[in-house]
Design a protein around this ligand. Structure first.
Ligand code: FES
Length: 102
């Protein structure tokens, strides 16, 4: 089990958006979809592209390089060429602060 570290302010994360953060050497996407905050790895499992440069489509992050899509809540990969899911991280919110377990 990891440590919960401060990721960002909850009030800075708009519904339907994601924000890329670097925590303890890990590149992570924090997203808010349907009112639920989640965190997944921000590095594409295909060719290690920065998913922080991608775009959100409904509940998915779309890789900017070859357009694989990943579920922002679960990390599940939705279409090729990527085949492996994104690592998912636990999240907790206290007051206006989002913490991610890394
Ligand atoms: S690097 Fe992301 S789909 Fe190829």
């Amino acid at each position: 089990m990891g440590n919960f570290v401060t990721a960002m302010k909850a009030s800075e994360l708009a519904e339907g958006s994601m924000s890329a953060v670097d925590l303890e050497g890990k590149h992570i996407l924090v997203a808010k979809i349907g009112g639920e905050v989640s965190a997944v790895s921000g590095t594409c499992t295909h060719e290690e592209t920065d998913l922080g440069l991608g775009f959100v489509m409904e509940d998915r992050i779309v890789c900017p390089l070859h357009l694989s899509q990943f579920d922002l809540k679960t990390g599940q990969v939705m279409n090729p060429p990527a085949t492996a899911p994104l690592q998912r991280f636990n999240v907790k919110i206290e007051g206006d602060t989002i913490f991610v377990e890394v």
